[in-house]
Design a protein around this ligand. Sequence first.
Ligand code: MF3
Ligand code: CO
Ligand code: CO
Length: 262
Amino acid sequence: MNIILKNEADLAGMRVAGRLAAQVLEMLAEHVRPGVTTEHLDQLAHQFILEHDAIPAPLNYHGYPKSICTSVNHQVCHGIPSAKKLKNGDIVNIDVTVIKAGYHGDTSMMFCVGDKTPPYARRLCNVARECLWLGIEQVKPGNTLYDVALAIEKHAHKHGYSVVEEYCGHGIGKEFHEAPQVLHYADPSLRSIQLVPGMTFTIEPMINQGRKETRLLGDNWTVITKDRKLSAQWEHTLAVTEDGYEIFTLRTDEQPFLPHTR
Ligand code: MF3
Ligand code: CO
Ligand code: CO
């Protein structure tokens, strides 16, 4: 599969789409609390996206039934919003993808629900976020996707966590999922994927508290950890620039989230 390099007009479109996706998460943040259903969060996101003249990319994507993904606790990704209420102490990933003027913006983050999330779960969320940022830091011409994956994998393993292999980041642009596949573990095949200005892709590591293996539920969407331990994921959409990267899905006031001890 060919990697589609983006021109300035494309990058301008990606900026607008990415910003909107980030705004959806900013809007949802105030609503994530014990007792709220993930279906309610889906409705809020759906309405917000339409009001901003955009389309929720997941809706009807290969038959997906909702506008966002909500993956709670041991759910790894692609959790389907439902009438089930979030509980105090849960962790939840909310994954938002919008199509705005023909371009996609894709971003996700973890939320701790209420004030009873145990320290070990908060730590998993924080390390997964550091994994994303350590991967982002490797994005520059001259590096390959192997550098990105290696930085992520090393950090996860250092903390005793595992990296999900069956799901990955992806090129993105006019299509939701384009080449290349952005694996988050150090697969040698990634050494041949050079980073070149104009490439746009997501980085979205799924980091597991226990083993890396996953299982698909009977709904054919929800991915869970095989050992039912916790999983956490953070995602940004970015471009390779002449001297590094540009993140399209940064939230207001969001700063690089890197480990202190380096
Ligand atoms: N947003 C997810 C990603 O990061 C994809 C969700 S596909 C869906 O690639 F159909 F489940 F919504
Ligand atoms: Co994605
Ligand atoms: Co996503």
